[in-house]
Ligand binder design. Structure first.
Ligand code: DDH
Length: 285
């Protein structure tokens, strides 16, 4: 009894294991929601700029319509953001949107068979949209920043080096495209990258490395398809095998899922902590 206080949740009164359990239930009911929650967590974090030190997951600003209107976030305002509202309402002010969105990403990755990515709590929401960064910080699948060759590895490096990621981390993070699909109603692209879009595995890399990817003949944006026409790759995905410094990591992860899981876990944890301060390592699984 003397140590009963140890049983209390440690951080701000929120039981993050319970929050994770509620997010898991949403994904168990509809596994296709898992990948979209991973995309939400990544887009909530990927606005970080290491020079100006603004953006990142810290303020939970992706909930604001100003940020949801950014081209790269198409679809999230009608899907993943509203899916999280009941969870937010249940825990109230003690749970920040910023913590909720980043926790949703790691819960989804684990629920879909991926690694248990370390996660820390303590993000404090920005109260108004003035903390929203300018549009254009997330990678475009076909168009780089002004002046950059869109099909060039330079676009990927410009965007991800700005967040503080190197070539190996860029490739590891891209393996998240094992999950989910493109929706014509969101990005305009169409189809899944792998035949198992609700399973986190290294298939994205093996398919990139082994399939003959050709231009899809259709009215939508330029994308690639396999011979069976059931899978897709974006122009930016193909960059990872067109550039030798990227390709060596694609080949490595295609052969070695354990190394992919370990490297992805480190890089995704780093991604989710961009633009944060004062976090506390938190047991959520
Ligand atoms: Fe992605 N991604 N992504 N992506 N992404 C899309 C879907 C998903 C790019 C473009 C698109 C990462 C990197 C890039 C996920 C995770 C991650 C879609 C389709 C486009 C387009 C959206 C739609 O129509 O619904 C581009 C470009 C890049 C790049 O790096 C150049 C990274 C780093 C991650 C990550 O999580 C670390 C996931 C998951 C999805 C599937 C979403 C869904 O609803 O299904």
């Amino acid at each position: 009894a003397a140590h009963a206080w140890r049983l209390l949740p440690l951080s701000g009164g929120v039981d993050y294991k319970a929050v994770a359990g509620d997010i898991s239930s949403i994904i168990k009911e509809d596994p296709n929601k898992g990948p979209t929650l991973v995309r939400l967590s990544w887009h909530s974090s990927g606005t970080y700029d290491k020079m100006s030190k603004d953006g990142g997951s810290g303020g939970g600003t992706i909930r604001f319509k100003e940020e949801l209107a950014h081209g790269g976030n198409a679809g999230l305002g009608e899907t993943a953001v509203p899916w999280m509202e009941d969870v937010k309402t249940k825990y109230g002010d003690s749970l920040s949107y910023a913590d909720l969105y980043t926790l949703a990403g790691v819960v989804a990755i684990k629920e879909l068979g991926g690694p248990t990515v370390p996660w820390s709590s303590g993000r404090v929401d920005a109260l108004d949209p003035s903390a929203v960064t300018p549009d254009g910080r997330l990678p475009g699948a076909d168009s780089g920043p002004p002046g950059a060759d869109p099909s060039d590895a330079a676009h990927l490096r410009t965007i991800f080096n700005r967040m503080g990621f190197n070539d190996q981390e860029i490739v590891a993070l891209s393996g998240a495209h094992a999950l989910g699909r493109c929706h014509t109603t969101a990005s305009g692209y169409d189809g899944p990258w792998t035949p198992t879009p609700t399973m986190f595995n290294n298939l994205y890399f093996s398919l990139l490395d082994s399939v003959k990817w050709t231009q899809r003949d259709w009215k939508g944006p330029f994308q690639y398809e396999d011979e069976g026409k059931s899978l897709m790759m974006l122009p930016t995905d193909l960059v990872l095998i067109q550039d030798d410094d990227f390709k060596k990591y694609v080949s490595m992860y295609a052969k070695d899922q354990a190394t992919f899981f370990a490297d992805f876990s480190k890089a995704f944890n780093k991604l989710e902590e961009l633009g944060t301060t004062g976090l506390k390592s938190t047991t959520w699984a």
